[in-house]
Design a protein around this ligand. Structure first.
Ligand code: IMP
Length: 196
């Protein structure tokens, strides 16, 4: 972490996401919750991605009083009324793993030809004055009939972005990161920081 850069806290316990964010957000030194020794779980009780992102960012802003951002992501399948959406991490139950979540989604789409879906990420940024700003990013695609590929995480093996031959789990990380929901939300956030 470069101490000459302005500091931003990323309100997440996820080490992989923190690494991805540090690689993309080079204009700031990003402190993770691990760096701050903050180990408490933040309950995601909101009913939208924006609410959950704001809950996480506000919790950490109240504790540390410094600029902070948090993200929340969902996979939205319109033919299933937006499921799994805000419940993407726990679609098949409170302790469900990625495999169980994918299996539930594939079962719910069994025999359906309409398989459009999109990932959406919402970032909530709370600046030094405590004002919240929101940024979002989205990638459209289709849910495959079965898993393909071993890379990535979550629903990556069953998501094929529009216009691509590979699923997210078949792509190298750099390729996914060029088009992903999270990268798009983050670049909107970075544009905001740079416009300051
Ligand atoms: P989070 O809000 O980033 O923790 O994401 C919630 C859930 O959405 C995760 O547990 C994953 O199941 C899913 N998810 C988020 N981002 C991705 C991604 O890039 N690929 C596949 N699944 C994802």
């Amino acid at each position: 972490m470069d101490s000459s850069l302005p500091n931003l806290i990323f309100a997440s316990h996820n080490a992989n996401k923190t690494q991805e964010i540090r690689a993309l957000l080079r204009s700031h030194a990003v402190q993770s919750l691990a760096d701050l020794d903050y180990n408490e779980d933040i309950a995601e009780t909101g009913s939208t991605l924006a609410e959950n992102a704001e809950i996480k960012a506000q919790t950490i802003f109240k504790k540390f009083g410094k600029p902070v951002f948090a993200d929340d992501t969902g996979l939205i399948v319109p033919v299933l009324n937006g499921e799994p959406g805000v419940y993407s991490a726990r679609y098949a139950g409170p302790n469900a793993d990625a495999k169980a979540n994918m299996e539930k989604l594939l079962k719910n789409l069994e025999g359906r030809s309409q398989r459009e879906a999109y990932f959406e990420t919402v970032i909530c940024y709370i600046n030094g004055e405590g004002k919240a700003h929101f940024f979002s990013g989205r990638v459209d695609g289709n849910i495959l009939e079965s898993e393909r590929g071993k890379k990535g995480f979550g629903y990556d093996p069953i998501f094929q972005p529009e216009g691509e031959e590979l699923s997210f789990a078949e792509m190298p990380a750099w390729q996914k990161n060029e088009m992903s929901h999270r990268a798009r939300a983050l670049s909107a956030f970075i544009r905001h920081l740079q416009a300051k």
